[in-house]
Design a protein around this ligand. Structure first.
Ligand code: SAM
Length: 211
């Protein structure tokens, strides 16, 4: 992933952000060693930001689309209260085995429930209501995830969507994923059901408040 923020700035921000838990740091190492696309993890800064969002919204029930090796799920679970619940969806058996192994090492892992399978199919079977949804799976399905999640999110709930600047490729979309993200951003900016803002955090993060 081409980084939009200068490396030194990212490093400085990370150094002055709440420290990553040991389990999360170990999970980063394991993901680097065992997977081919470790940069898919949200990482320290965005993980800490997601955790903060959970805290400031007092979220208790969270839905995540795109688990991978479990970094963002665990970062968010760390911000949930003891009786909080996070449901996370993914179809990758191998990556989610790593996720489960590391969640077990954390006292917050018990708050996480993984649903394996195609995210669209899993979403069709889910019932509300969620306080916060984090979307971070197939870019070409972002609009579908969004619309399937809408009835599941409570009024006043929050959407967080990752990679909406797509390494800057949204400025000159060429490939299918570039076009999909650009279309998603246009769709959301006109969606009257929410108030949305794009933050230039990492690869771009869209936050939206459901009216
Ligand atoms: C960018 S990664 C998620 C990273 C994760 N949030 C983290 O911080 O580690 C995207 C994930 O979406 C999953 N995914 C892609 N298409 C999917 C689909 N149709 N159904 C379920 N999961 C899907 C992939 O298997 C991959 O693990």
């Amino acid at each position: 992933m081409l980084t939009l923020i200068p490396k030194e700035i990212e490093k400085y921000a990370s150094a002055h952000t709440i420290k990553e838990s040991n389990v999360l740091s170990e999970l980063v190492k394991e993901t680097n060693d065992k997977t081919t696309l470790p940069e898919m993890q949200v990482g320290h800064l965005e993980g800490a930001f997601l955790r903060l969002l959970i805290r400031i919204t007092s979220a208790k029930r969270v839905l995540e689309i795109g688990t991978f090796t479990g970094y963002s799920a665990l970062a968010m679970a760390e911000g949930l209260p003891e009786d909080g619940e996070l449901i996370t969806l993914d179809k990758d058996l191998e990556a989610t085995e790593i996720a489960k192994e590391f969640w077990q090492k954390s006292p917050h892992g018990k708050k996480i429930k993984l649903i394996l399978g195609d995210a669209i199919e899993s979403l069709k079977k889910l019932h509300g209501s969620f306080d916060l949804v984090f979307i971070d799976a197939s870019k070409s399905d972002y609009i579908n995830y969004w619309n399937l999640c809408m009835p599941l999110v409570k009024k006043g709930g929050l959407f967080a969507v990752d990679n909406v600047l797509w390494s800057g490729r949204v400025l000159n979309p060429k490939e299918e994923s570039d076009i999909a993200i650009d279309e998603f951003n246009k769709y959301i900016s006109e969606d009257k059901r929410v108030e949305a803002v794009i933050l230039t955090v990492r690869d771009g993060m869209l936050l939206a408040w459901k009216k």
